[in-house]
Design a protein around this ligand. Sequence first.
Ligand code: GZL
Length: 305
Amino acid sequence: GTAAGGTSEGPKALDELVVGFAQVGAESGWRTANTKDIQAAFKDADIELKFSDAQQKQENQIKAIRSYIQQGVDYIAFSPVVETGWDAVLNEAKAAGIPVVLTDRAVDSKDDSLYVTFLGSDFIEEGKKAGEWVVDEFADADKVNIVQLEGTTGAAPAIDRAEGFAEVIGADDKFEIVASQTGDFTRAGGKQVMEAMLKSNPDIDLVYAHNDDMGLGAIEAIEAAGLVPGKDIKIVTVDAVHDGMQALADGKINFIVECSPLLGKQLVDVISTLNDGGTPEKRIVTEETTFTQEQAVEALPDRQY
Ligand code: GZL
């Protein structure tokens, strides 16, 4: 295939570059916004983007990366659905001289020569922000029963959001996670798991959902059980996509930690730096904030997604 972008003949014109992107899937509003933003950024930069949707299956992502290697693309970017199992295919990309950029999620490879840059959020920080809100919200409570809706098993955001949250609430044993299960980052998954949790846990004070979509599913289950989400059972989620922010503004969610899906421009910048023979930072952390119900009402009109 063609050599990588920044070869000895100097940089290619951006409109000669071909980049292969292996997306996780379309499991959540966040993922849809992420895909749209990446596609728009590459279109604006006039860089050809080959795109694949793996339906949240690692073997499909590996197949897509292999096909990009076969096609001799200049760069490969992807969001690893889970942290483990990437070394073989990343070594194949390295052997083919094709630089790899990680977006959104991380891999657990010890060999960090297998990717040029990891561009995405600090998920431990996100979990800590959720925990800090819970500690403050329940300052006067003696006992707080928490159920946790985990993201995709083995995914960096699921592992790290659980870790950051546990670290903060672990400081006080009045907080107890009475149930924790994966809803696979989907609305349907969140609803199913929440229905089961409501049956087996009579007194739930709080739901901590690793993304808005599972929180929205939990809202449906809570309402079906005749309870009031945001009041009888409080809910804190991560992402701040439109439907989550609407539920927050409507008082059905109590707090959202933002996780920005808008990585497209930064990814294009990394590719163009590489093409010019430059060295991007190894870890680029995205800017993001948090929202209360009042802040969601204010922010909603201007949100892009
Ligand atoms: C986080 C991203 C997660 C979102 C979910 O960067 O990997 O995957 O929080 C999405 O909504 O499914």
